[in-house]
Design a protein around this ligand. Structure first.
Ligand code: COA
Length: 258
């Protein structure tokens, strides 16, 4: 991998987007590598949570790589968005392994869209977030118009996208866009702490919960029905047997993840 680094620490994997001289901007190659990296980690059953962050102290991701699409036609523009959404943004949202974005600086355009596709976000105090696409004459194309409105509400999404404004980490927390704000030096350890808590729980149940929560935001899908189905299916798992047995035996569960 040329543009990303992957590190495994016990049950946690950390993906670092590594193009610091371009503020980790997402070019085509990086999107493909991220897809491949997420896919491999999701298939690795020893990985219980994935953290994604940016290299350097300045940026998580400063957007899609503007130099790559500056001369695109209408068709190429549409293809860029549809391929990117399929390969990375929808892919991450629907991953069965939990993905946490550790937003360590600028998260703009495609960078904020990537953070929003993750299951939740933690930011450092220096983080700045926004969707500045209209300053370039385009609109967010990696799911930003949909996910920002889902996370912060329609009115705030309208204002942020129309003004191309940037919000700081505290404002993002007030908006519900990020769950926690910590100083940059502590961002990764803090995020790993949350990932470790996740890793102790049933990965099979977590995967089913992710699917049910996401179902609420899918057109034509009844989230309550997905919940009922996944709740029922949980009863057939080894994790359920272990979790309930451990509770009744007054010991800590050791989940097989099956
Ligand atoms: N695409 C391609 N290259 C990018 C980029 C992007 N989205 N964002 C930053 N870069 C590159 C810059 O071109 C520059 O490269 P260079 O050194 O080869 O000229 C390098 O990263 C550093 O960026 P620079 O603009 O010099 O840093 P800064 O501290 O002055 O400004 C930002 C930081 C984030 C405010 C500014 O880089 C910016 O506005 N980036 C674009 C944000 C954007 O519109 N994103 C949405 C894209 S759809």
């Amino acid at each position: 991998m040329e543009n990303i680094l992957i590190e495994k620490q016990d049950a946690i994997a950390i993906i670092t987007i590594n193009r610091p001289t371009k503020l980790n901007a997402l070019n085509k190659a990086t999107i493909q590598e991220l897809h491949d990296g997420f896919k491999a980690l999701n298939e690795d059953k020893s990985v219980k949570a994935i953290i994604i962050t940016g290299s350097g102290e300045k940026a998580f991701v400063a957007g899609a790589d503007i130099s790559e699409f500056a001369n695109f036609s209408i068709e190429e523009g549409g293809k860029l968005a549809s391929q990117g959404q399929k390969l990375l943004f929808d892919f991450v949202q629907n991953l069965s392994t939990p993905v946490i974005a550790a937003v360590n600086g600028f998260a703009l355009g495609g960078g904020l869209e990537l953070a929003m596709a993750c299951h939740f976000r933690i930011a450092s105090t220096n983080a700045k977030m926004g969707l500045p696409e209209v300053t370039l004459g385009v609109i967010p194309g990696y799911g930003g118009t949909q996910r920002l409105a889902q996370l912060v509400g329609k009115g705030r999404a309208m204002e942020l996208i129309m003004t191309a404004g940037m919000i700081d980490a505290e404002t993002a927390k007030n908006y519900g866009l990020v769950n926690h704000v910590v100083v940059q030096e502590e961002l990764l350890d803090f995020t790993k702490g949350i990932a470790s808590k996740i890793a102790n729980n049933s990965s099979v149940a977590i995967a089913k919960a992710i699917e049910a929560i996401n179902a609420n935001f899918e057109d034509g899908t009844n989230g309550y029905e997905v919940e009922i189905k996944n709740f029922g299916l949980s009863f057939g798992t080894e994790d359920f047997k272990e979790g309930t047995t451990a509770f009744l035996e007054k010991r800590k569960a050791i989940f097989p993840g099956k």
